[in-house]
Design a protein around this ligand. Structure first.
Ligand SMILES: NC(=O)c1ccc[n+]([C@@H]2O[C@H](COP(=O)([O-])OP(=O)(O)OC[C@H]3O[C@@H](n4cnc5c(N)ncnc54)[C@H](O)[C@@H]3O)[C@@H](O)[C@H]2O)c1
Length: 383
C-alpha cells in the first residue's frame, strides 16, 4: 500500500482544484484516501482536532479505518453516528448533532469530517456552517452521487415538511477526499443512481465524455480503478468549473439541474421513498428533458433515443412506467409539483433543455400548457 509520503501522482490520485478565491479547496480522487486521511488532514489543518460525522451503514464499513487514521496522528476528537436515510436531514437531527459536537468541545479552529453519502455531507456541512458561527469541514463522500455531486460546491442543508433542502447555507468544504475504494461497499442500486449524475455531466456540457461513458460504463460499474477515477475526476471538474462561474446559483449553476425539474416532481410524487431514488428520478427527468427538447425541434431526432438507450443499458429507469408499483401519477399533480420547484420565477418554470448531447441551456420561454400536455403523454408512455 502507498504510504502518506508517496507522491499523489504515483499513487494514482488526481486533484481537482475548486478555485473560489479565499474559499478555494482541493478535491482528491483516488484509492485508500480514508486510510490516508489522518496525514492529509494534518498536512492541511495542523493541530486542529477532527470530529467524524457518519451514518450507521457507512460506519459498519469505513469508520474503523478513518478513526484509526485520525487517532494515529493524534487528531480524533470523537465520532457521531447518525441513523441512515433522508429523514436524518431534519431540524431534530441537526439539533442533536450540533449539541453532540459541542459536547466534544469542538472549537472554532477544529474541523468536522463528514464520512458518508449526500445525506451526511449536507447535514454535517450545515452543522459546520452554523456551529460557533462557522467552522471548517472535510467531505469524505462514500456514495458515487456524493463523490461527483453533493460533496463539491458548498450547498448544505436539511429538509422540512414544506420540502427538500429548503433550509440551509452555502458553506464550502475545506477539503474533499473522494476515495474510490469506498464505493466497493456501496449497494449496486445506489451506484446506478449516482451514475445518473455522472452521465448528466456528459449530457449538459461534454459530448465526448458521454460517448466515453457509452464505451466504458462496464468498467465504471466494475470498479476498475483507472476508469472509475477518470469518470469521477471528469465529473467533479465539470461541477467545479460551473460552481466557480456561479457559486450561488444565479445563472450557469442551474445547468446542473438538467433533469431535476421533471425528476423532482416524480420524487415528490413517490414520497421521497426507496420506490424512486434521487438518481433514478434524474435519469427519467433527463430523458424527459431530451424528449421534450426533441419534440420542440430544439435538438436532432434520435437524441432522446440515444440517451435513453445508454441509461437503460445501465439499468436506470427512463420513463414514468418504469417506476415500480401499479399506480401512476396524475399528470396534473406532476405539473403542480413541478411548479413548486425552487427555480420557479414569477410563476414561470425554469427548464434545462438540450440543443444536442453536451449542449444544455436554461430557458424560461416554455408555455405551461405545453409542459402540461407533454406530461400527459409521458405518463401514458408504455414501459
Ligand atoms: N449538496 C448538494 O449539492 C447536493 C447535490 C445532490 C444531492 N444532494 C443530497 O444528497 C442526498 C442523497 O445523497 P446519496 O444518494 O449519497 O444518499 P445517502 O447519503 O442516503 O446514501 C445512500 C445510501 O447508501 C449508504 N452508503 C453511502 N455510502 C456507502 C458505502 N460506501 N457503502 C455502503 N453504504 C453506503 C447510505 O448509508 C445510504 O443508505 C440527498 O439528500 C440530496 O438532497 C445534495
Amino acid at each position: 500500500m502507498a504510504s502518506a509520503e508517496t507522491p499523489a501522482a504515483a499513487r494514482g490520485d488526481r486533484t481537482v482544484r475548486v478555485d473560489l478565491g479565499t474559499r478555494a479547496y482541493d478535491v482528491l480522487v483516488g484509492p485508500d484516501l480514508v486510510v490516508r486521511a489522518g496525514d492529509l488532514i494534518v498536512q492541511r489543518f495542523g493541530a486542529a482536532r477532527a470530529a467524524i460525522v457518519t451514518d450507521e451503514n457507512v460506519a459498519a464499513h469505513h469508520l474503523p479505518a478513518l478513526e484509526a487514521a485520525l487517532t494515529g496522528v493524534g487528531r480524533h476528537a470523537g465520532t457521531i453516528v447518525m441513523p441512515p436515510g433522508e429523514s436524518t436531514k431534519s431540524f431534530a437531527e441537526l439539533a442533536r448533532l450540533s449539541e453532540a459536537l459541542l459536547d466534544l468541545k469542538l472549537e472554532r479552529g477544529d474541523v468536522i469530517v463528514a464520512l458518508g453519502g449526500g445525506v451526511i455531507g449536507d447535514l454535517a456541512g450545515f452543522a459546520a456552517a452554523i456551529l460557533r458561527r462557522g467552522i471548517r469541514f472535510v467531505q469524505i463522500p462514500t456514495s458515487l452521487l456524493a463523490q461527483v455531486d453533493s460533496s463539491v460546491g458548498g450547498k448544505t442543508g436539511i429538509n422540512t415538511p414544506q420540502g427538500k433542502n429548503l433550509v440551509g447555507a452555502f458553506h464550502q468544504p475545506s477539503l474533499v477526499l473522494a476515495d474510490t475504494k469506498a464505493l466497493s461497499t456501496l449497494p449496486a442500486r445506489e451506484m446506478r443512481a449516482g451514475y445518473a449524475e455522472v452521465a448528466k455531466y456528459g449530457l449538459l456540457g461534454d459530448a465526448p465524455f458521454f460517448a466515453w461513458l457509452e464505451q466504458h460504463w462496464q468498467s465504471v460499474f466494475g470498479n476498475d480503478p483507472t476508469i472509475l477515477t477518470e469518470a469521477i475526476e471528469i465529473s467533479i471538474a465539470a461541477k467545479a468549473r460551473i460552481v466557480e462561474r456561479d457559486e450561488t446559483e444565479t445563472g450557469d449553476r442551474m445547468l446542473l439541474n438538467l433533469g431535476h425539474t421533471f425528476g423532482h416532481a416524480l420524487e415528490a410524487w413517490a414520497g421521497y421513498s426507496s420506490r424512486l431514488l434521487h438518481g433514478e428520478a434524474i435519469a427519467i427527468g433527463m430523458t424527459q428533458a431530451a424528449r421534450f427538447s426533441e419534440e420542440r425541434g430544439l435538438c436532432a431526432a434520435g437524441t432522446a433515443a440515444r440517451i435513453e438507450c445508454h441509461l437503460r443499458t445501465v439499468c436506470l429507469p427512463t420513463r414514468v412506467a418504469h417506476i415500480p408499483g401499479s399506480d401512476r401519477p396524475e399528470p396534473r399533480a406532476l405539473f403542480a409539483l413541478m411548479q413548486q420547484d425552487k427555480k420557479v420565477q414569477s410563476g414561470r418554470l425554469t427548464l434545462i433543455l438540450l440543443r444536442a448531447i453536451g449542449e444544455a441551456f436554461v430557458t424560461r420561454e416554455v408555455d405551461a400548457a405545453d409542459i402540461a400536455a407533454f406530461l400527459e403523454r409521458e405518463v401514458a408512455l408504455p414501459a
